[in-house]
Write a protein that binds this ligand. Sequence first.
Ligand code: MG
Length: 392
Amino acid sequence: MNRYVLLLGSTGSIGQSTLSVIRDNSDKFRLVGVSANRNVKLLKKQVFEFRPDYVALTGYTEGDDIAREFAESVSGKVKRVFMGHTSHLDMIREANADILVNGISGAAGLSASVETIKSKKNLALANKETVVLAGEYIKRLVLENGVDLIPVDSEHSAIFHLLRFIGRENVDEIILTASGGAFRDLSYDDLERVTVEDALSHPTWKMGTKITIDSATMANKGLEIMEAEQLFDFDLKRIKVIVHRESMVHSFVRTHDGVLYAQISNPDMKMPINNALNYPNVNRAEYGRLKLENLSLSFERVDSEKYRMVDLAYRASEMGNAYRIVYNAANEVAVEEFVSKRIGFMDIPNVVEVTLERDWSVDSFNLKDIWAVDRESRIIAREIIDKLESRI
Ligand code: MG
């Protein structure tokens, strides 16, 4: 087997883990193309090591000096360099590949997922926003094009594999685990005063800024509840969340007879990535292999006052498609403003809650509507933040 792999977001955390898996399994996988946003230095290093045919640099346009220097430095090493905001989409269309790993973060990852499926490539999906924003649309597209959609998000990878080993028809509920993030031991009052620097010291997973903040507010889990609902066609009432600080149980499913089944390993994103790249095969690998001796695992209920983003996610998803988009967009805006120190940590759920209170019911639902709701709700979220600021 020699699978051709495309990788988007190669300089991010998912991207780097994907490259490790490819490096460790060079007999199985060949990297045919990579895209990155602005980290030219690391991208260049990756191109020199993996020698892909294609490379896309999305954070610069052809006129930029940095882009020109980059293109010169890799010329002769690759077949083609794509540049500009949507250049990764051109690469997806042009490259011949079996599977694409979408490690782009945020709503920006959706168009890449759509392009991947339309060009009949299997999709290993680390970008949860793809299904949060466009679940129905994406599922229809997957069916029409006969490709596989394999989740890479650790919890959803766990559930995906548990469902296929146990049989979806036997499963009664899904229980997502959550680390609780960087502030899980702080009181509600302490949370009012935490800073962006505090938030970035996450105990277990090493990730980007956005997802680290999302993990501290548990907006990440909120998005994952929606992601699970969409990916697995499970009723929201049958999707639960539990805090599990060791991050070793990646999720549970409970079968109709009441029994719990879990996927357990050391936290290592290389495991779900390896599983996705090998799907449907289960290949021998050492990633995350866990010793049971001296292991103790703990589980706690979610404190819904501290983690308001969880309840808001249930509420939003219940209200329908557009509200999921609003939840995501308002949260993205609020996190940005928290990072730039314009609002406090506990303002993040406030901004999302107030944005959700508007009427977001939409009649038709296609990509155009999705982007319209996304744009509109970002404007509203910013207005709400401006009002918050003027109050201070
Ligand atoms: Mg996750």
